[in-house]
Design a protein around this ligand. Structure first.
Ligand SMILES: Cc1cc2nc3c(=O)[nH]c(=O)nc-3n(C[C@H](O)[C@H](O)[C@H](O)COP(=O)(O)OP(=O)(O)OC[C@H]3O[C@@H](n4cnc5c(N)ncnc54)[C@H](O)[C@@H]3O)c2cc1C
Length: 412
């Protein structure tokens, strides 16, 4: 049986690994095709170059990190979960692992390059790797005809793992979607997930002044004046707008047409208190510290530079608590609890860590990853409409899906 793996990113490399470890005596020829000189170009960027390979949680906890795809991904996580990935890395790849905050698992050597190189080495005796080979078309008749810029190849089964559309310089330019569509699949439009957010001109000025400052906040997305999603966590001000874990996580909820949908973000920078409690607390502070500047009082809640900016926005930068007008206090409460952030555009897909959108999940068998439309076609990784939260979830999904696909292919 000839198996072609189209795209050698995390999903493709993992699929080759799983085919090698599961094949026993099966007569399988595996070919992995990648357009880059070395596969796994995105893999070496992961975890800021350290590769957050998985997250030590059981399947029922992990699945909650996959948004609408929770139900689809569950069988894969059940069959090959994070403990299995860790055992594979330590026992078969001989990569020692360590656990960090929030159950994140990294290689002890802190090197994504080592992970990538070890994977490539591991499959080198079981897989033919066609490097610098760009697939341009896939046709299905008797078998799969894969046309590349270096020639045409034929396979009995193919694994489509050309990734999503983000970080195009790594080779992931959305070809998965093109090939899936040409084979009869429906593809949900790709958009950014886990991406930074560009603020509009007005707010960008503020962000620039606060660039590098980080604080805990509740970030909410508003569409046509309705709150549609919220996430609490760290927010980091940057020259262009906002980034940091909370902003990255919520970015998938920002619509593509921000202007038409009147989309904006709202920051609650004192999320530990509701509006009334914060107002009460501020009022008490004002009464108790008449000779203190408002900016100083606000810096009890947020970093001093943010406090100064909020006081400035309220027109109270140099004011003292003594005789502080109620309307001014209300303005400050609104800015602290409901800071409106206009958006310049939808988060940019090329800056996204993951692509939301992709092959519609109802067209894929979640127990095998085989297409329900084209027998013999398996679809993995970001080619699918699955995006996980950060923390090792996306690489774990690739590994779990690769296991199901390899197992099913080898049954044939
Ligand atoms: C900066 C960054 C950091 C990240 N950190 C983490 C992390 O720490 N942990 C985590 O779980 N996830 C992380 N992710 C997400 C994770 O890297 C991806 O979800 C994962 O790599 C997706 O794997 P994939 O195989 O589907 O796609 P990719 O890794 O994008 O691989 C697709 C492959 O297909 C090849 N290809 C595409 N088109 C063609 C073609 N026409 N012909 C031949 N080859 C082709 C490409 O060259 C590429 O090698 C991070 C992502 C980024 C961008």
């Amino acid at each position: 049986m000839r198996v072609g793996i189209i795209g050698g990113g995390a999903a493709g490399l993992y699929a080759a690994c799983q085919l090698k470890r599961l094949k026993e005596d099966s007569d399988v020829e595996v070919t992995l095709i990648d357009r880059n000189p070395v596969p796994g170009k995105k893999l070496i960027l992961t975890g800021h170059g350290r590769c957050n390979i998985t997250n030590r949680k059981d399947a029922s906890q992990l699945k909650k990190g996959f948004h609408e795809a929770e139900k689809f991904i569950y069988p894969a996580l059940m069959e090959f979960g994070s403990e299995d990935t860790m055992a594979f890395a330590e026992n078969e790849l001989r990569i020692k692992l360590k656990e960090e905050e929030n159950n994140r698992i990294f290689p002890k050597c802190d090197s994504a390059i080592v992970v990538r190189d070890t994977l490539v080495q591991y499959i080198s005796d079981s897989t033919e790797i066609l490097r610098e080979t760009k697939v341009t078309k896939i046709n299905k008749s008797e078998d799969f005809e894969v046309i590349t810029d270096k020639g045409t190849y034929h396979f009995d089964q193919i694994i489509l793992s050309c990734g999503g559309s983000s970080f195009a310089k790594t080779g992931s330019t959305g070809d998965s979607y093109k090939f899936a569509k040409s084979l009869g699949h429906t593809v949900n439009p790709p958009k950014a997930a886990l991406a930074p957010v560009k603020a509009d001109e007005f707010f960008c000025g503020i962000c620039r002044k606060l660039s590098g400052v980080s604080l805990n906040a509740m970030v909410s997305v508003f569409i046509e004046n309705k709150k549609t999603a919220s996430y609490e966590g760290d927010v980091l001000f940057a020259d262009f707008g906002l980034t940091g874990p909370a902003v990255m996580e919520i970015s998938r909820e920002i619509p593509l047409d921000v202007v038409e949908k009147k989309a904006y973000l709202e920051l609650d920078i004192v999320p530990s208190m509701n509006d009334e409690a914060f107002d009460r607390e501020l009022q008490e502070l004002i009464s108790a510290h008449a000779d203190t500047k408002i900016t100083t009082l606000l810096s009890r809640f947020v970093p001093a530079s943010v406090a100064a900016e909020i006081a400035g926005q309220a027109g109270t930068a140099d004011m003292y608590a003594q005789g502080f007008a109620k309307e001014k206090r209300k303005t400050i409460c609104r800015l602290m609890k409901h800071l409106h952030i206009g958006l310049y555009n939808a988060p940019e897909i090329d800056k996204a860590y993951v692509t939301r959108g992709g092959v519609v999940l109802s067209e894929v068998d979640r127990k095998t990853m085989q297409s329900k439309i084209v027998p013999g076609l398996y679809i993995l990784g970001e080619a699918l409409d699955i995006d996980g939260i950060s923390g090792g979830y996306n690489l774990q999904a690739c590994m779990s899906e690769a296991y199901l696909a390899a197992k099913d292919i080898l049954k044939k």
